[in-house]
Design a protein around this ligand. Structure first.
Ligand code: NAD
Length: 433
């Protein structure tokens, strides 16, 4: 249930593993796309996997939620849990999906397990989903099974992550529910751990909070490194070689975005507040992440000697490469700040321009290519580290731009080559020279 990144990738992977899957969504467009054998959004390899599995009749789509449940042994709730204004998780989609599962189970024979894949606050599965399924189906918990199985896939690598996960965490209502999910995942060769439903919910929130903390910490250190004319990437290479720390998520930049980290940290902070626990670290990480995009803007201001009336290009609008997802992209605060300071902005992204235009409606130009975006500009800010941006020849900056100034938020381009060609290059956490 739910054909976003998590639902569709879970469905496609299950089909590839030999299960028969029906993906359900209330969004008719998504259902139509899958029925025609295409993925409704961009994710590497997904379109091909969907085409093959639909052709083999192992994967199909439907808008009939209750019918799909009635015909299945397991249902996976993969609907959205977006943030509410106060930062807490909006559980409306989850509540509705749970009710629909219950309706589908009413009067049905045979054992059925409801698996929650959506990221939900602690106690949602036991306190809200299981009771909703029970009241809609007229069954007792135990007559149907329930698991909470958090999803750890990364957008941009979603299919690979789902095919070969690092670990599978099984939160279980009872032994029988967990055994059924374990059997479902029998083809996966990775550690599988079992626990109570609420513990599994917390594994997800705490994993994301820890990863986001590493990023925010690196960002804070980047700002410090700049003051000492030292490169934070060099420093973090030294730091990350400590096996207790590890090299991942130490790449400083303009902050984290995406559909998970910002909302999951806000939700965890909100849960903690309500539980009467102070989450100083998570709240500080969120604050640091709000401020960090302005480092890119400050570098542009410094390099150009002010932003009023300046013509700038912003390359990369998605929250990371390999996706068309722009949710919480740091491009938005960067561009808003540039516009507020009187700059004019032309943007480009290989995948995310349509979504960005629709989502934020900012008063900017969109260029059909990166090279087109550079034409006549006094500076360019790289916001997403798309590989194709790295391939822009150094000569293009000199030839096309009014002033060849590059602000690199995420170490997208080859600084040495650009500097050698006469481009002025500034990056977050890098020394000036
Ligand atoms: P999404 O918002 O992109 O997609 C959710 C889909 O559910 C939409 O297509 C929507 O139309 C559909 N939907 C809503 N209500 C429905 C209902 N009652 N019945 C059927 N379909 C319904 O979400 P997503 O990015 O795939 O994430 C889903 C969940 O997984 C969230 O809780 C998210 O936090 C979590 N998660 C996401 C990622 C990620 O990288 N995107 C990774 C791990 C976990």
């Amino acid at each position: 249930m739910g054909m976003g990144c998590v639902g569709l990738v879970t469905g496609a992977t299950a089909a590839l593993d030999g299960h028969r899957v029906v993906c359900v969504d209330i969004d008719g467009e998504r259902v139509r796309a899958l029925s025609e054998g295409r993925a409704p959004f961009y994710e590497p390899g997904l379109d091909e996997a969907v085409r093959r599995m639909v052709a083999k009749k192992r994967l199909r789509a439907s808008e009939d939620l209750t019918g799909a449940v009635a015909d299945s042994e397991m249902s996976f709730i993969c609907v959205g849990t977006p943030p509410r204004r106060d930062g807490s998780a909006d559980l409306r989609q989850v509540r509705e999906a749970a009710g629909a599962v219950g309706d589908g189970l009413r009067g049905r024979r045979g054992y059925h397990v409801v698996v929650v894949k959506s990221t939900v606050p602690p106690d949602t599965t036991a306190g809200l989903i299981v009771p909703a399924v029970a009241s809609h189906s007229g069954m007792q918990p135990g007559d149907f099974g329930a698991c909470m199985c958090p999803e750890f896939l990364r957008e941009g690598d979603a299919l690979q992550d789902s095919l070969k996960p690092d670990r599978i965490v099984i939160g279980e209502l009872d032994r029988r529910s967990g055994d059924a999910l374990l059997a479902f995942y029998s083809k996966k060769r990775c550690p599988k751990i079992r626990m109570w439903l609420t513990a599994a919910e917390l594994v997800k929130y705490i994993s994301n909070s820890f990863l986001a903390t590493k990023i925010a910490f690196s960002n804070e250190m980047a700002n410090l490194c700049e003051k000492f004319d030292v490169d934070v990437y060099q420093v973090m290479e030294g730091v990350g070689l400590d096996s207790r720390i590890g090299p991942d998520f130490l790449r400083a930049g303009a902050g984290f975005g995406g559909s998970c980290f910002p909302k999951d940290l806000s939700a965890l902070a909100s849960v903690a507040r309500r539980a009467g626990v102070r989450s100083r670290i998570v709240e500080a990480v969120l604050r640091q992440n709000e401020e960090q995009p302005f480092r890119a803007v400050a570098l542009a201001e410094e390099a150009l000697g002010g932003l009023r009336g300046r013509e700038l290009a912003v390359l990369g609008l998605t929250f990371k490469p390999g996706t068309d997802d722009v949710r919480f992209s740091r491009a938005e605060p960067i561009i808003r700040a540039l516009l507020d300071r009187g700059a004019r902005v032309t943007a480009h992204d290989p995948r995310g321009m349509e979504n960005f235009r629709r989502e934020f409606g900012l008063d900017i130009q969109y260029a059909p290519s990166a090279l087109e975006a550079l034409k006549g500009k006094e500076g360019v800010i790289f916001q997403t580290e798309w590989l194709e941006y790295r391939r822009i020849p150094a000569s293009a900056y000199i030839k096309l731009m009014q002033r060849p100034i590059v602000i690199d938020s995420r170490r997208t381009v080859d600084a040495r080559k650009l500097k050698a060609a006469g481009v002025r290059y500034l990056a977050i956490g890098a020394p000036r020279d």
